[in-house]
Design a binder for this molecule. Structure first.
Ligand SMILES: Nc1nc2c(ncn2[C@@H]2O[C@H](COP(=O)(O)OP(=O)(O)O)[C@@H](O)[C@H]2O)c(=O)[nH]1
Ligand SMILES: [Mg+2]
Length: 253
C-alpha cells in the first residue's frame, strides 16, 4: 500500500477508534494490519472473554503498521479503553477530547474516575504538534448490539460534538456483521443483499448520529485469522474512506 499524507501538514495520519467494550476495536486494528500485510496478525489484544463487560484495553497506544520493504506506513491507529455504561467507568469523554487534541501521551493509562490533569507532566502533552493530533475519528459498534445504553449514547454524543468543534472528520464502522444474519454468515460477499443488515445499519446511524454514507460494514478477523479477499475488501473500503477523510482534514488545516 502506498499512502503518504500531505507531509507539509503532518508526517502521519492519526486515527482514533472509540466505541463500547467488546465492539471489536482491537480486532479491527488487527484486521486492518492483516488486510494490508496479507497475512494474519494478532497484536492489539482482543478480548475473547465474550461476557466481559469491562474494558480490556486500558493504555493509550498507537499501533503502527510495518511496511513490506521496511519502516512503517504513515498511519497510526489508536485504540482506547472502551466506553462503559454509567459514571466513573470506562474511558471518560473528556479524556477522548484531550486525545483528539493531542494532549495525551502514549502509555497513559486511562483512569475512569478522573480526567488526565495538565499537572501530570509524564502523560500530558502541553504543546501538541499536528502529528500528535487526531485526524480522523472512527466510531465502532457491534451491529447486533440493539440497546446502547443512554449513558454510552451520551458519552458518544459528547465525543462527536467535540470532534465537530475541532473539525475532525468522523466515520462509523459496524462490526460482527457475520453474526447479524445467515446470508452474511454463509458468505461475506453477500453483505449488501442483507435487508436485515440494512435495517441494523439504519438504526446504528440514527443512534450515533452519523449518516449512512459514512457507515461501513466490516467482519473482523477473529476466530479464523487466515486472510480472505471478501473480508479484506470490506476492511480496506473502510480504510480508504478513513484516508480520504484524513487527507481532506489535512488540506483544511
Ligand atoms: N464474529 C465476530 N466476532 C468479532 C468481530 N469483531 C470482534 N469480534 C470478537 O468480539 C470480541 C471483542 O473484540 P475486541 O476487539 O476485544 O473488542 P474491543 O473491546 O472493542 O477492543 C472478541 O472475542 C473478538 O474476537 C466480528 O466482526 N465478528
Ligand atoms: Mg480493545
Amino acid at each position: 500500500m502506498d499512502y503518504e499524507p500531505d507531509g507539509s501538514k503532518a508526517k502521519k495520519l492519526r486515527v482514533l477508534i472509540y466505541g463500547p467494550v467488546g465492539a471489536g476495536k482491537s480486532s479491527f486494528i488487527n484486521s486492518v494490519i492483516t488486510a494490508i500485510r496479507g497475512r494474519s496478525y494478532v497484536r492489539a489484544e482482543a478480548n475473547n472473554a465474550r461476557k466481559d463487560t469491562k474494558s480490556f484495553t486500558k493504555e493509550y497506544k498507537a499501533h503502527k503498521i510495518r511496511r513490506q520493504g521496511g519502516g512503517h506506513l504513515p498511519i497510526v491507529f489508536s485504540d482506547i479503553m472502551g466506553l462503559e455504561d454509567g459514571q466513573d467507568v470506562g474511558v471518560r469523554a473528556e479524556d477522548i477530547q484531550l486525545a483528539m487534541e493531542g494532549h495525551v501521551k502514549e502509555g497513559y493509562k486511562f483512569n475512569p474516575t478522573s480526567t488526565l490533569s495538565k499537572n501530570d507532566t509524564t502523560h500530558y502533552n502541553p504543546c501538541p504538534t499536528p502529528d500528535d493530533q487526531v485526524h480522523v475519528l472512527v466510531c465502532l459498534l457491534n451491529v447486533n448490539s440493539t440497546e446502547i445504553t443512554p449513558s454510552v449514547i451520551q458519552k458518544m454524543k459528547a465525543i462527536r460534538e467535540k470532534a465537530r468543534d475541532l473539525g475532525i472528520p468522523q466515520i462509523a464502522i459496524g462490526t460482527h456483521i457475520d453474526k447479524c444474519c445467515g446470508i452474511i454468515e454463509k458468505d461475506v460477499k453477500d453483505v449488501y443483499k442483507s435487508t436485515h443488515l440494512k435495517k441494523k445499519m439504519t438504526e446504528f446511524s440514527s443512534a450515533v448520529g452519523i449518516p449512512l454514507n459514512c457507515l461501513f460494514p466490516v467482519k473482523n478477523y477473529s476466530d479464523d485469522p487466515e486472510p480472505k479477499d471478501d473480508m479484506d475488501i470490506l476492511i480496506l473500503t473502510a480504510v480508504k474512506h478513513i484516508l480520504n477523510y484524513g487527507d481532506d482534514f489535512l488540506d483544511d488545516m
